[in-house]
Design a protein around this ligand. Structure first.
Ligand SMILES: Nc1ncnc2c1ncn2[C@@H]1O[C@H](COP(=O)(O)OP(=O)(O)O)[C@@H](O)[C@H]1O
Ligand SMILES: [Mg+2]
Length: 231
């Protein structure tokens, strides 16, 4: 770790060096990521664009500790996380990562409040704390009146805002979003983008995959991915 005993944090939130992700398939080897070097500073907002199949989701999954590279080095908050075992990786993920998916992925049988509180459940926080913080997080995304509803009773835009509340409730170091507006109409997209802007203003580091150039333009920096490489 480059984090010092005094608690000073690495200026880089995430740093990838020579990251490669290969899949062995019956029809041959697919190189989804082919030598990615990418450094994301703390507080930065990076947008990733590129054609379908270019490796965007794979890159986001590696950054989010949902997938392990087959080669290369990944430092998260100064710590080499490329060689952690599954349990250690899951612990870092629960603590440091928030993830927003295109299709929301809320748990259908849980209430909106229970969904938003899930990261706190994984971190072992007590029920009182979970309830209070979930209500505050949902209030912030404009869903304070929907706490006890099920996801199926919400519009797409509301579900994505609930998913964003869940992704940031534990104040992650790195917020990742894979096409977060891809399933939304224009009005819902605006609401979701306002939220990302506000979360970024509060200092959260964001890496977001998007096809939408308007969304990409809000980031500090945009990278295009082509055939598993940064263009
Ligand atoms: N689990 C997997 N097994 C085999 N190949 C995969 C797997 N996931 C992704 N790929 C392949 O890796 C490449 C990159 O995929 P992906 O990261 O999903 O691209 P994007 O998000 O840019 O559309 C594609 O060729 C895809 O078919
Ligand atoms: Mg994808």
């Amino acid at each position: 770790m480059t984090t010092t005993p005094g608690g000073a944090r690495s200026p880089l939130c995430a740093a990838l060096e020579g990251i490669e992700r290969r899949y062995e398939r019956d029809d041959g080897t697919v190189v989804a990521l082919d030598g990615i070097d990418l450094a994301i500073a703390r507080g930065e907002w990076v947008a990733l664009t590129g054609p379908s199949g270019s490796g965007k989701s794979t890159l986001l999954h590696v950054l989010g500790l949902l997938d392990t590279p087959t080669a290369g080095l990944y430092r998260l908050d100064g710590e080499d996380v490329s060689t952690l075992d599954d349990d250690a990786r899951a612990r870092r993920r629960n603590l440091k990562i928030g993830f927003v998916f295109q299709a929301f992925h809320l748990v259908p049988h849980l209430t909106v409040r229970e969904n938003a509180a899930l990261p706190l459940t994984y971190l072992g926080r007590d029920e009182h704390d979970r309830h209070r913080r979930a209500a505050a997080a949902l209030e912030r995304v404009g869903l304070g009146h929907r706490l006890d509803h099920r996801p199926g009773e919400l519009s797409g835009g509301e579900q994505q805002r609930a998913a964003i509340a869940r992704a940031v409730i534990h104040e992650p170091d790195l917020l990742l979003a894979d096409e977060p507006t891809g399933n939304l109409d224009e009005a819902s997209t605006d609401g979701v983008l306002d939220l990302f802007r506000s979360i970024h203003r509060d200092g959260t580091t964001i890496a977001l995959v998007t096809h939408d150039l308007r969304v990409a333009a809000m980031a500090d920096r945009t990278h295009e991915i082509l055939h598993g490489r940064l263009a």
